[in-house]
Design a protein around this ligand. Structure first.
Ligand SMILES: C[S@@+](CC[C@H](N)C(=O)[O-])C[C@H]1O[C@@H](n2cnc3c(N)ncnc32)[C@H](O)[C@@H]1O
Length: 447
């Protein structure tokens, strides 16, 4: 904001108008807006405004019209300069009143000079100009106008990313609660792959097993599986997995391992040997690939730890697989803005699974889908969908803010998310609101 060295849009407004909300919107969309907040009307003001409007960096002007602005000399001067320098412009009516409505509401209250100013301002704008009432303004509309003017959003200040950990606040409970919803889906995929083996001593590798609780619930009743090896880069989680799950069931073993390690295959083969197994029969991984910088590389490498009959089962999620109505656009915006903040994980991972497996050379790929929606669900179930699908994002942004405490833009985003998530929370409580989420499992074979 107010950076005159990069491309900008000039904001023309009366200082009596409250434009805080609008400025927050520009800020959130990362547009550079220049406005004369610190200079008062006078000679210096005139010189400065002339300079701002003449500059090649000025891509256009937004006029904010309300009762004060339409009778203001200063605004009239800005209108004149905009026309003189042929700047693109559009008009926004702050109190949702257009020129005719403003004239009516000011009637009998304007001096002769003010009436003349109003006339000059109104006459300056041909009717085909874009007039927007404040209530009709949307981020999409602004983006469209700024795109036409050639104004790009400013580059994001690089945020320090928080590496995903199931120890982030509330995350364990969320994963646990989420898994209850996924249990039947995972079982369907596991039944399909175990049915392809004619042995009963199968060995499973669970990549990204967190603290093992979900690994246990997923595999403990699989009688055809005799060994489950869980790996995760989070050492604390692995210690917990060993002491809780490993201690109660000898079929389960856990190891700290970074799936991005250059020596991954040697390390995994050593782990398999320690467990008396030559190769893994089933490689399972849920909601983990999207945390890796190069998931395709991992898929390529895994060949070397899988038996010839081996099967891979990957469950992913995708923010694009979330739909709702009403508020469809707001949900899209929420996902887009979240993706820009939390760029450490790929929020569009579900749609890529098929191609990633195909390109890595796997065969006989099958895609399974699990769709859950709010239809026919009671209030508690709807709240659960809100919690696992949307609400967790605010605590993730809070973690980011803790690592980027001086980032004002992130703070403004956090406020936007808080407001927007509250709106969604209320929407989920409303039985007329529909929300639907699709999850994805890809199954494939080695040969
Ligand atoms: C969203 S959790 C998924 C946990 C569990 N698989 C489930 O079904 O919900 C992602 C897990 O991947 C692990 N992870 C992320 N990056 C990893 C890496 N490079 N190496 C190993 N584990 C990783 C995290 O520590 C976390 O436990």
């Amino acid at each position: 904001m107010n950076d005159r060295n990069s491309d900008y849009v000039f904001l023309s407004y009366s200082h009596n108008a409250d434009i805080k909300e609008l400025l927050a919107l520009f800020e959130a969309l990362h547009y550079n807006i220049v406005y004369d907040d610190s200079i008062s009307y006078g000679e210096k003001w005139d010189m400065n405004v002339r300079r701002y409007l003449k500059s090649e960096k000025c891509k256009g002007v937004i006029f904010l019209f309300g009762e004060d602005a339409v009778i203001s000399h200063a605004i009239q001067r800005e209108v004149d300069l905009t026309m003189l320098f042929r700047r693109k412009h559009f008009l926004l009516f702050l109190d949702n009143k257009d020129f005719a409505e403003l004239r009516e509401s000011l009637s009998g209250r304007m001096s002769g000079e003010e009436e003349e100013t109003f006339d000059i301002i109104e006459d300056s704008f041909p009717e085909e100009r874009i007039f927007v009432k404040m209530r009709d303004l949307s981020p999409a509309k602004l983006k469209q106008v700024f795109d036409e003017w050639g104004l790009r959003p400013e580059e994001d200040e690089q945020l320090v990313q928080v590496r995903y950990s199931s120890r982030l606040s509330g995350e364990k409970e969320r994963l646990d609660s989420q898994q209850r919803g996924y249990y039947a889906f995972d079982k369907k995929a596991l039944d399909l792959v175990t049915a392809t083996f004619d042995r009963d001593d199968l060995c499973v590798l669970d990549l990204g097993c967190a603290n093992g609780a979900l690994t246990y619930s997923r595999f403990c009743e699989e009688t055809r599986i005799s060994k489950v090896i869980g790996v995760d880069c989070n050492a604390e989680d692995i210690e917990e997995a060993k002491s809780v799950v490993g201690a109660k069931d000898a079929r389960f073993a856990f190891y700290t391992l970074d799936l991005e390690s250059p020596d991954l295959i040697e390390e995994l083969n050593a782990i398999l040997r320690q467990n008396g197994v030559e190769k893994a029969d089933i490689v399972f991984s849920a909601l983990t690939l999207h945390h890796l910088k190069d998931p395709s590389l991992l898929l390529l490498k895994l060949y070397d730890v899988m038996s010839d009959e081996g099967k891979i089962v990957v469950r992913g999620s995708d923010d694009g697989g979330k739909l709702c109505y009403p508020r469809s656009e707001l949900l899209r915006e929420l996902m887009d803005r979240y993706g820009k903040i939390v760029s450490a994980s790929d929020r569009s991972n579900g749609r890529k699974l098929y191609s990633q497996l195909y390109n890595a050379g796997y065969v006989d790929i099958k895609m399974l889908y699990s769709v859950v929606d709010t239809c026919g669900k009671d209030r508690r179930e709807r709240e659960w969908l809100y919690k696992v699908g949307l609400a967790f994002r605010l605590s993730r942004i809070d973690e980011m803010l803790a690592c980027n405490p001086d980032n004002e833009r992130l703070r403004a985003e956090r406020d936007w998310f808080e407001r927007t998530l509250t709106e969604f929370k209320n929407a989920f409580a409303d039985r007329s609101f529909w929300y639907c989420n699709t999850s994805y499992i890809a199954i494939a074979g080695v040969k």
